[in-house]
Design a protein around this ligand. Sequence first.
Ligand SMILES: [Zn+2]
Length: 278
Amino acid sequence: MPRLSDVISELDALWPPERAEGWDAVGTVCGDPDAEIHRVLFAVDPIQEIADEAMELGAHLIVTHHPLYLRGTTTVAATTFKGRVVHTLIKQGIALHVAHTNADTADPGVSDALAAALDLRVERPLVPDPTDPAGRRGLGRICVLDHPETLGAFAARAAARLPATAQGIRLAGDPEALVRTVAVSGGSGDSLFDAVRAAGVDAFLTADLRHHPASEATQHSPLGLVDAAHWATEWPWCEQAAAQLEAISDRLGWDLRVHVSKQVTDPWTAHHSSGAPN
Ligand SMILES: [Zn+2]
């Protein structure tokens, strides 16, 4: 049975921590490097419900996309909600490891999983990592639809293929416009509009789009925007990452049990449509 340090060194090979953004907080949050690991749970958010799920599963390691502490802390007291997560994990002997922006830009990365969920053919990164001679790593992906469809049909397919959330899918642009090429970026895509425009794609699938950037982007050119729940755009990565760890486990004879949490941890829990405007 592998020890935590063995598993972490394999995870670090998939998502090298030095490739994370400078502001990010990736790596092992808690855990004993000598602890034996038999069962692993992948999830997007390191929240109490996920810690409880790991406890019920008997998992020894949780791997999440989002960091628990992004800006540092001076307390892990169980009176704080993050401290309670830490207490649960340590009491139950569960380690927590984070792969965030280092998983976003990896090959395969978060946006590859998002593209695969919609059967999109990935051509190249939206914002390539200049240190990758193969040109495969980077932020977001530019994809081609083998069978072009309308923006409305594409958005409906995103709604059907991504895990269900209260938000569902929002659409900006002409639903009848034909979509041949798409930029996709798991998580918040607001900062990528310049790259999306430069790529000249027909649509952009991402999450967390705000009024002004979305309004300006659609005024600038007939770009279709497909906005999903943040959690839904990153959850496909959990399945991709779990499959990667299972392959490593098979290769090394570890016999790991690898799980993906099905809990919807998007913070939005209900959506009331006011109907389509005239
Ligand atoms: Zn995210």
